[in-house]
Ligand binder design. Structure first.
Ligand SMILES: *Cc1c(COP(=O)(O)O)cnc(C)c1O
Length: 369
């Protein structure tokens, strides 16, 4: 088979080729059932087994403790911006740390349901740093504190989750981990709820992962649709209404692929973290040693997944993108609110893909000399 291009899309994003091949092979007939997965009842034993396996594999991969529930929902990260406050705010005060485009959106949406305070922000420096947790002005009685643990657009990542207890707050921490879930371990002791759309790092769009501490269930506002009430979803094993069956199946194949990954002595998520570090270091080191390209994010909070960068001479942007496409390096254009370029190097991107990008960047610079 000829090599596929390397796809640097921010999302929906590349899916491991082995997973796509397996899905293709099973498209018309899953496991001898005579049915494709899209054609199965979600309450039949075939799909029930697919969903149960996906949940068990995810729990094992991410080391999710027993007192957390795993929910497969719909609506994506944006819907969770409303679903979280409907479930956890009690209509009271909720706190947001704004570190980029996504957390900004989350705070704005929460205002429909609760009093949403911005308790720290990196807006003044163009979302290129992270405000130190010691300086966060957490509201007394905050129902939760929301952060986006990886800002997909601005390329800022928390490399350590804040310890709210150490800051004197009992509020649960809510993390939007849409764009780095499964790229590194999660410190669940610091988390109350985590949510993420699947289409960055877990599979196709359509399923939204919610991992929520059991004691946070059952306090939804009365206006909350039943299908979005975490208690209802949990009590019905994510099948209160028809779940996005095919997306859950695909995510399940990605989980099995993740479990097979090895990097040195590491397997699973630890292997992914080691590989992702290698990929990110390769790209950032190249950019930092270049006079031609620049990344503006402070070094200690640079995302391992989303690398926004600029050509110092922006008049060459179109030529850069056209040349990249010719070399089989796709979807490198930056987000419209930031401009420049963005390389999203999620789990499905191999080191060879990042090497191919760096080689191209070096060659492009030479053609401009
Ligand atoms: C992509 C993304 C979202 C939005 O997800 P949708 O599925 O489009 O609703 C939210 N948060 C983060 C961090 C994202 O990367």
């Amino acid at each position: 088979m000829t090599q596929r291009p390397y796809n640097f899309s921010a999302g929906p994003a590349a899916i491991p080729e082995e997973v796509l091949q397996q899905a293709a092979a099973e498209m018309l007939n899953w496991n001898g059932s005579g049915m494709g997965v899209m054609e199965m009842s979600h309450r039949g034993k075939e799909f029930m087994s697919i969903a149960a396996q996906a949940e068990a594999d995810l729990r094992e991969l991410l080391a999710v403790p027993a007192h957390f529930r795993i929910l497969f929902m719909q609506g994506g990260g944006l819907a969770e911006n409303a679903i979280v406050p409907m479930n956890l705010s009690r209509g009271g005060t909720v706190d947001f740390v704004v570190t980029g485009g996504w957390s900004q959106k989350s705070a704005k949406e929460a205002r429909k349901y609760a009093t949403a305070n911005v308790v720290a922000s990196n807006e003044a420096d163009g979302h290129t740093t992270l405000p130190a947790p010691a300086g966060w002005k957490i509201s007394p009685g905050a129902q939760y504190v929301h952060i986006c643990s990886n800002e997909t657009i601005h390329g800022v990542e928390f490399h350590e989750l804040p310890d709210l207890k150490a800051l004197g707050s009992n509020a649960p921490l809510v993390i939007d981990f849409s764009s780095h879930v499964a790229s590194r371990p999660v410190d669940w002791a610091r988390v109350g709820l985590a949510f993420g759309g699947a289409q960055k790092n877990l599979g196709p769009a359509g399923v939204t992962l919610v991992v929520v501490r059991e004691d946070l269930l059952g306090q939804a506002l009365s206006i909350c649709p039943s299908a979005f009430d975490y208690r209802v979803v949990a009590d019905n094993a994510s099948m209160y209404n028809t779940p996005p069956t095919y997306s859950i199946y695909m995510a399940g194949l990605v989980f099995q692929w993740l479990k097979r990954q090895k990097e040195g002595d590491f397997t699973g998520i630890a292997a992914m973290e080691a590989r992702n570090l290698g990929k990110a270091n390769l790209l950032y080191n190249f950019i930092d040693h270049s006079q031609f390209y620049v990344n503006k994010v402070a070094r200690d909070c640079r995302s391992r997944m989303n690398v926004p960068f600029f050509l110092r001479d922006e008049s060459r942007n179109d030529a850069f993108l056209a040349g990249a496409k010719e070399r089989g390096l796709l979807q490198l254009k930056g987000h419209k609110s930031v401009g420049g370029m963005r390389a999203s190097i999620y789990n499905a991107m191999p080191l060879a893909g990042v090497q191919a990008l760096v080689d191209y960047m070096r060659d492009f610079e030479k053609t401009c000399a």
